[in-house]
Design a protein around this ligand. Sequence first.
Ligand code: MGD
Ligand code: MGD
Ligand code: MO
Length: 770
Amino acid sequence: MAGPPPPAQQNPEPKPEHNPQVGPPKTSSVGVRGIAESVRYSLAEMGPKRSLQTLLKVNQTDGFDCPSCAWADPGPEHRKKAEFCENGAKAVAWEATRKRVGAEFFAAHSVAELRAQDHHWLEHNGRLTEPMHLAPGATHYTPIGWDEATALIGDRLKALDDPNRAVFYTSGRTSNEAAFVYQLLARRFGTNNLPDCSNMCHESSGAALSETIGISKGVVSLTDITDHAELIIIVGQNPGTCHPRMLTALEQAKRRGARIAAVNPLPEAGFGRFHNPQTPRGLAGPGTKLADRYLPVRVNGDLALFAALNRTLVEREDARPGTVLDHDFIARHCDGFAAAAAAWRALDWPTLETLSGLSRKQIGNLATDVLAARSVVVCWAMGLTQHRNAVATIREIVNFLLLRGNIGRPGAGPSPIRGHSNVQGDRTMGIWEKMPDAFLDRLRDEFGFDPPSKHGWDTVDSIRAMRDGKADVFFALGGNFVAATPDTEVTESAMANCALTVHVATKLNRSHLCHGKEALILPCLGRTERDIQARGEQFVTVEDSMSMVHASRGRLIPGSPQLRSEVAIVTGLGRALFGDDDVVDWRAMGDDYARIRKHIEHVVPGFHAYEERVAQPGGFMLPRGPYDSRTFPTATGKARFTVNPPTAVEVPDGHLLLTTVRAHDQFNTTVYGLDDRYRGIKGGRRVLFVNAADLRAHGLHDGDLVDIVSVFTDGERRARSFRTVRYPTPRGCVAAYYPEVNVLVPLDSTAEVSNTPTNKSVVVRLEPAT
Ligand SMILES: Nc1nc2c(c(=O)[nH]1)N[C@H]1C(S)=C(S)[C@@H](COP(=O)(O)OP(=O)(O)OC[C@H]3O[C@@H](n4cnc5c(=O)[nH]c(N)nc54)[C@H](O)[C@@H]3O)O[C@H]1N2
Ligand SMILES: Nc1nc2c(c(=O)[nH]1)N[C@H]1C(S)=C(S)[C@@H](COP(=O)(O)OP(=O)(O)OC[C@H]3O[C@@H](n4cnc5c(=O)[nH]c(N)nc54)[C@H](O)[C@@H]3O)O[C@H]1N2
Ligand SMILES: [Mo]
């Protein structure tokens, strides 16, 4: 028997890693050190020959799309020989490592033993090489053949009395082709239970944008940032770590005179001096200071900030009519201005200052930058999307842009910066628990079956369903569900309720160890690897944050002869479930991905002549009405001003507001190492960043070990043993690393409308470590 799970590693015994070395945070980024880190990590994982072979193909038009973030590539004519960043190099080396995890590894380690290990240890052992099966009651995973594994899943699915008892999760690294066949499989099977990582990521952005401008994506291209925007406001995003190639684009903007403002509770190094490793000036010279203005907003204070900013713009317009607002744009293209303006005029400054943690003067200075700029882009990421009021905050940003017509013209617009390299494409392909009827109708017309119309479960609802015994089969195409989701202990025991859990993965992670009564791990090809099918070598396609669709071709020999592509795994399951005479041509699609692209062309708008256009170097841009022609596909055909009363999470006396962030040495739940160089942390991840005054108020000193206790309507949760680090966070706000503190995030604490877990605002108190 696997036995009861040992204590979650989220709450391990104190280890040396609880006592990292702590130095001052950095005020500049990249430079020689960034290159040295890429080289060191690549050599250790891949060796010299493989390093060169792979790194020179990253983001090249004949190479593969970097598996790290979703930042856009420059046009083909502007690409560098080395078009990757330190963290892209880590992601590539992590995938292309020479280390392997095969049958012997699983024979040597029981599941219980593996479950006691941390995220870094689990993944650093190397690539999975063959399908593994955990039989009911077994203590160890044992090898299983592909045919047997596929038949097993097929049998378990067919045995369900309701297709809605199955859940199909997707992580955002999945290609367009794999995502399309995967959503087709779920819908052909009869369910819309297609939760994805986006539910925890930019769901709030999609919800706010589609409601206000009629499209769930950003309305900006890379050249808007590099060549046109006069002011770029970066809110709740840490580009130095999470989108390092954005620093190059920001530098280009600065060199032509653009201004940059950063809104963030933490003074991230990426806002300081940028030493571009591609230029002599960056390497040896003074570098370029990126942010001109830094607003240390309180955690969850952004709605109040943007409401205050909008109020200021309306006030200044009232004082000098005709000088501030774009009346022509508002009259022609927008609804709801009068109601929004009335609401702003009624706001009072003391409340706005308290909620945002910023002074009227600081906000006024930003308004002055805004008025001086003919075009403004606002970029944001997880700092905004994972709060109770996240959707309202992003709607308020849309208001801000609409006021001065900062949308649908060069250098202006909203730009949610996506996380996973193809998370945006997966949505375009239909990975969503509530795709619109028009999509489902086209799917029906293309394939000749009736897709289910009842909405499915998103991530949080899937966890609830598994917890409550309403789901039997959990299938994950990538990702690390139990570590990425909130309320770790609840989620882990929810998984244990399933009859079967299946993970398609490149590397071993905790989700494979918090399994259902029976479990499978199916090892797949990564982006870097050659994909050969019956009709020859295949490529896949992806869509970046700026709606560019392009091809990705792996070059390396696959890590093991037994690896299958995600497309092959999904179409194989389609054949097992529906046979070769099905209305869906599973086999033909698996043999030749061009066939999948043909179907996509018929089902998904904007993909005409897919095959030809994606063959162009750099690919093609998807149509976006607001971007292309200022047409807003909302119900009224106009962009909508909305009224969003400023709110912020209430923090009782003696409590603090915790935000959860990524360290420089991780990609989500993949922990490359234990350092966070830019924030001055070395050799440990269980740290809590606390303001000096809050430390004093709690009778604590830098270096003390504390337990973090979160407080919610349904009770308390505890994360043990974190080292306090004195850090310039705003008063009352603390920060710690995801996923170690996910144990603190209540499952029922989610954003209004988007149902995204509120990972960025958790009410906590501190206790001496137990
Ligand atoms: N190297 C690396 N790259 C990545 C990832 C990774 O883990 N590692 N993850 C990928 C994914 S999936 C995503 S979604 C993105 C994530 O990219 P980011 O969103 O940049 O990543 P986070 O670390 O979550 O950081 C959020 C930023 O928001 C700030 N913040 C926290 N709370 C608030 C708040 O209330 N208001 C404001 N204004 N700011 C706040 C934090 O200080 C931090 O700077 O990156 C992608 N790229
Ligand atoms: N507290 C807190 N929680 C968060 C967040 C936060 O900011 N704070 N951020 C949220 C966000 S933005 C996101 S996107 C989610 C991320 O949630 P997920 O996408 O579920 O998690 P990842 O850590 O990106 O998944 C890593 C695993 O993916 C597998 N993998 C890697 N490459 C491939 C591949 O090519 N194919 C396949 N099949 N598998 C592969 C590997 O086995 C690896 O272990 O986490 C969310 N959770
Ligand atoms: Mo994400």
